[in-house]
Write a protein that binds this ligand. Structure first.
Ligand SMILES: C[S@@+](CC[C@H](N)C(=O)[O-])C[C@H]1O[C@@H](n2cnc3c(N)ncnc32)[C@H](O)[C@@H]1O
Length: 274
């Protein structure tokens, strides 16, 4: 499978997603981690990754570092995080220093489709709520496989979309930024990973976590809307549009079209090449 977008549009889309998830308002709306299920689901995912002492772990699309911070704080491992947004990398690096974890936890600016690491250096790779946004999923999957050692584990939590798919605004760029527009059915994620040399060994559905996150976003948007005259950061937020998109997302979850899932895969013997 190749990217469904022309190269220029794909770069624009990635940039938009990274920019959208760099803002302080997004941090106010989404809270500690930027994915459904929060850090409880992250811990559930980590339990499937066999993180031995001294292992090297990569968090792809690490955002402001929530997942990577939990990994480094709760496991005796070395952690790297990589995110397309430079400002997220700065936030995450500050958080690692403040947590006293800087020696074992580093963040880098980089693209999931061109990871800035050598082959087979990681024992585990995680990617939360981001694979769905990568325009060229086959290339990103090959990159995840390339940096994993054979036998190493990949842990993903991500948005899933069931047929007939999304309609309205969510099918466009706004949906992409909201991690919905290019999400795929869980089976399709497994197929993309299989083509890159990774065998799915475990999946779990967490659809209720997405429903809760959409409710939380709606509630926080309402609260922020009431505070908008007091906080300069909120002046440029189009609350009406945000409420419309949130209502559409809630309907997609209610109708069983949008959901959230965990997937664990094992890197097979030889890396897949294009
Ligand atoms: C929904 S947030 C998830 C952040 C984090 N994984 C978490 O769960 O808290 C999506 C993240 O993906 C990053 N991102 C989007 N496209 C990327 C790419 N091609 N390579 C690396 N990071 C990317 C964005 O900058 C953003 O931080």
């Amino acid at each position: 499978m190749t990217s469904s977008l022309p190269a220029e549009t794909a770069e624009l889309t990635k940039g938009c997603c990274a920019a959208a998830y760099s803002g302080d308002v997004v941090a106010m709306v989404l809270g500690e981690s930027y994915h459904p299920g929060g850090l409880a689901l992250t811990r559930g995912l980590l339990a499937h990754l066999d993180l031995a002492a001294g292992a090297r772990v990569l968090d792809v699309a690490s955002g402001r570092g929530a997942t990577a911070l939990v990994i480094a704080a709760e496991h005796p491992v070395e952690v790297d995080g990589v995110d397309l947004s430079e400002s997220n990398v700065v936030h995450a690096t500050d958080a690692a220093r403040e947590a006293g974890l800087a020696e074992r936890l580093r963040f880098h600016a980089g693209d999931a489709e061109r990871l800035p690491f050598p082959d087979a250096v990681f024992d585990a790779v995680v990617c939360e709520c981001a694979f769905c946004t990568f325009p060229d999923k086959a290339t990103a999957a090959r990159e995840l496989a390339r940096v994993l050692r054979p036998g190493g584990r990949l842990g993903i939590t991500d948005v899933t979309i069931a047929p007939p798919g999304l309609s309205g605004d969510l099918a466009g760029l706004a949906g992409w930024v909201a991690c919905l527009a290019d999400a795929r059915p869980l089976d399709e994620y497994s197929s993309i990973l299989a083509a890159a040399g990774m065998r799915t060994v475990h999946t779990e559905r967490h659809d209720a976590a997405l429903a809760r996150m959409v409710e939380q976003i709606d509630a926080r948007l309402r609260a922020l809307r009431m505070m908008r005259s007091t906080l300069p950061a909120l002046a440029s937020v189009d609350f009406e549009r945000a409420a419309e998109l949130t209502a559409q997302a809630a309907a997609a979850v209610r109708d069983g079209v949008a959901g959230y899932a965990m997937l664990v895969a094992v890197r097979q013997g030889a890396p897949a090449r294009p």
